[in-house]
Write a protein that binds this ligand. Structure first.
Ligand code: NI
Length: 170
């Protein structure tokens, strides 16, 4: 398995809208496995394909403590079952050091396809619900910084661009 490069804000590729997946082949499975490996290496709980410069509607999530319950989600869509807005404090592998409070729907019903193309659905609440909403945002080119004030967004942009410049010099 390969560790994929995670794009970081303000990379414009994070703003691309991902396309629906129609081929459920071994290439898709390979992409999904590499994404999962990358997410585990970087200690994330969710990763959207957009973050690794693959602009297809694919998400991996694993909320388990021992990293043994991966879920591969293709072509997700969800409907809100309980729209009580809950404030969720979130981070993102594409925005290192940044945290943002985001209003998320408490409970959703997720519909998606598995890696074989079979239709699946489940009801998610709490962290699983917020995580799915966060990752679907990525597929639509939306980022945590979009929920922040323009001042806070400008600050993190400056900070991450400095970090990137530093890396490029090494
Ligand atoms: Ni994220």
């Amino acid at each position: 398995m390969n560790r994929l490069n995670i794009l970081t804000f303000p990379d414009p590729r994070l703003r691309k809208k991902a396309l629906a997946i129609t081929n459920f082949d071994s290439a898709l499975e390979k992409k999904a496995k590499n994404m999962l490996f990358t997410m585990y290496e970087d200690k994330g709980i969710g990763l959207a394909a957009t973050q690794v410069d693959i602009h297809e509607r694919l998400i991996v999530i694993d909320l388990s403590e021992d990293r043994s319950e991966p879920i591969f989600i293709v072509n997700p869509s969800y409907k809100v079952l309980d729209d009580t807005p809950v404030i969720s404090k979130e981070g993102c592998l594409s925005i290192p050091t940044f945290q943002q409070e985001v209003p998320r729907a408490k409970e959703i019903e997720l519909s998606y396809q598995n890696l074989k193309g079979q239709a699946e659905k489940f009801v998610a609440d709490g962290l699983m619900s917020y995580c799915i909403q966060h990752e679907v945002d990525h597929l639509d080119g939306k980022l945590l910084v979009d929920y922040a004030s323009s001042l806070k967004r400008a600050r993190i942009k400056e900070k991450l661009m400095k970090l990137k410049d530093g890396k490029n010099k090494n």
